[in-house]
Design a protein around this ligand. Structure first.
Ligand SMILES: C[S@@+](CC[C@H](N)C(=O)[O-])C[C@H]1O[C@@H](n2cnc3c(N)ncnc32)[C@H](O)[C@@H]1O
Length: 200
């Protein structure tokens, strides 16, 4: 029986969890974490890393003395890896971006790195990210981008769990549709575009 995209993602990332922190991948990941690490300054900020994977971004934030850190992911084995690496004040939960287990307006920063192209319903996912961010809070989406539509098309066909790789313009449109004010959008690494929106 054909797996749903969600099932494909859980299977893929559970399988990958053990080796996800390999040095080459860590180097790749850093390109997606740059903007969040630059923008988030106040150590009192409540930060949610959606699709936190093995917890590398949260590890960097914890190193910088941020204390109110939360991570969610749909792959329990990724969360196991993250939970083992990070101090116990970092709270992890298994959850889907489309149904976050948090009240309205709980966070100052909500981040998704290298994961948006895996989301089944991207507009609804961003809407849900907005719901848990308070007014004037920030949403940071850093995702893959390979310059050309035909490469995106191939990637969508070939990568298990991939739903849609967006161009800069397509991401901007989704931010506009959910009513986020874009304050920054740029290429932060050869294959990464980061978009930052503010909740109005
Ligand atoms: C390529 S990894 C990125 C991990 C991490 N953010 C990083 O920068 O290294 C993509 C992650 O997205 C998660 N994911 C995929 N679909 C998801 C969904 N619907 N809700 C929450 N997380 C999801 C996967 O389980 C995986 O851990």
């Amino acid at each position: 029986m054909k797996l749903t995209k969600r099932e494909e993602n859980v299977q893929l990332f559970n399988r990958w969890a053990k080796t996800y922190d390999a040095p080459l991948l860590r180097f790749w990941m850093k390109g997606f974490h740059k903007v969040a690490l630059r923008i988030i300054k106040n150590k009192e900020s409540k930060v949610l890393d959606i699709s936190c994977g093995s917890g590398e971004l949260l590890r960097e934030l914890a190193k910088r003395k941020f204390k109110k850190l939360y991570g969610v992911d749909i792959a329990p084995k990724m969360l196991d890896v993250a939970g083992r690496k990070l101090p116990s004040f970092v709270k992890f939960q298994e959850a889907d971006v489309h149904a976050l287990p948090f009240p309205h307006g709980m966070f100052d920063y909500v981040i998704s790195t290298e994961a948006f192209h895996h989301y089944d319903k991207q507009k609804e996912a961003l809407q849900e990210m907005k719901r848990v961010t308070h007014k004037n809070g920030y949403i940071i989406v850093a995702d893959i981008n390979f310059f050309f539509h035909f490469i995106h098309f191939l990637f969508e066909k070939l990568e298990p769990g991939c739903v849609k790789v967006n161009s800069k313009k397509q991401i901007r449109r989704i931010f506009d549709e959910v009513g986020l004010k874009i304050i920054e959008q740029k290429r932060t690494f050869l294959f990464a575009i980061t978009t930052v929106g503010v909740v109005r």
